[in-house]
Design a protein around this ligand. Structure first.
Ligand code: SF4
Ligand code: SF4
Length: 286
């Protein structure tokens, strides 16, 4: 059972919820892994404080040109959609930071002048926080290619048990890569015009991928009724409403998990944890 915790915008409390839910399930002796796919700024580790047991580089293949073999035919530059190659009169220049590692240029080169060399764009780390399995991806500083790192993170997740994926915020390629193929998307939002605007975009993306989604409204007692009205109109299941709490904000500021240190917070997440387990049992029966 793979559950993605996503949000159309940052700052909605997505990681607080994802880490809390994963911790709660593991504390109930369910085999659970927390997976941080927010590779540009992974921060679930601050809450969970895992021990890292394995670390593997993630690389993409970028072209290296043998100028002796190159005849300057220009085919490699024609096929590259990312402007990662420039065919000059006397040589072909490669811009590795723009290369997506698709391999197209190598395939079309008639002279065999292109070889592929690995370029490290990030790292995947695995470990555990008590009984909870832990996987995170980290994009290398200055790199822009989050998607290959997320793909590598997803390859590293176990096939058994419940997997809670902490998705990047927004609706761009890294989010799509994270939620592709999951069993359920839990969307965290806030009852504000900004939350509603981004929720609409995120729900649109999830629906395009044919995925099931439920909504968590965080700080549900502030703002307006726009999000709830929208969910009602769209037939979206609001599975949990979490009222604003100064204690939760203070725990967050100290890097503590509210599910551990704030009385009553774990009880609130029980509904969500129960729904995850119900869906897991149903999936096992199929
Ligand atoms: S591997 Fe793909 S993206 Fe990279 S330079 Fe070649 S064609 Fe362009
Ligand atoms: S396709 Fe090969 S031969 Fe042609 S310009 Fe590119 S590297 Fe040179």
């Amino acid at each position: 059972m793979k559950v993605a915790i996503a949000s159309g915008k940052g700052g909605t409390g997505k990681t607080t919820l994802a880490t809390g839910l994963a911790h709660l399930l593991a504390a109930k002796d369910h085999l659970t892994t927390y997976v941080d796919c927010d590779v540009e700024e992974p921060n679930g580790h601050i809450f969970l404080r895992p021990g890292i047991e394995r670390s593997e580089d993630v690389s993409i293949p970028v072209p290296a040109i043998d100028q002796e073999l190159c005849t300057n035919c220009g085919r490699c530059c024609e096929i590259c959609r990312f402007n990662a190659l420039a065919c000059l009169p006397e040589k072909v220049m490669v811009f590795p930071s723009l290369c997506h590692g698709c391999g197209g240029c190598t395939l079309v080169c008639p002279e065999g002048a292109i070889t592929e060399v690995p370029r490290v764009v990030g790292v995947v780390e695995r470990g555990s926080a008590g009984e909870l399995g832990f996987v995170q991806g980290r994009l290398a500083v200055g790199e822009a290619m989050a998607t290959p790192v997320i793909r590598a993170v997803k390859k590293a997740i176990p096939t058994e048990g419940v997997v809670i994926l902490d998705a990047p915020p927004g609706t761009s390629c890294p989010v799509v890569e994270t939620i592709r193929g999951v069993d359920w998307v839990v969307m965290v939002t806030e009852p504000t015009p900004f939350g509603l605007n981004d929720l609409k975009l995120a729900v649109g993306a999830v629906r395009k991928l044919g995925l099931t989604t439920s909504i968590v409204i965080n700080r549900s007692d502030v703002g307006n009724s726009g999000v709830e009205d929208y969910c009602r109109e769209e037939g979206l299941d609001v599975i949990l409403k979490i009222p604003h709490s100064r204690s939760v904000a203070e725990a967050y500021a100290r890097g503590e998990m509210p599910v551990v240190t704030v009385p009553g917070y774990a009880d609130m997440l029980e509904t969500l944890a129960g729904a995850v387990l119900t869906r897991t049992r149903e999936a096992e029966k199929r």
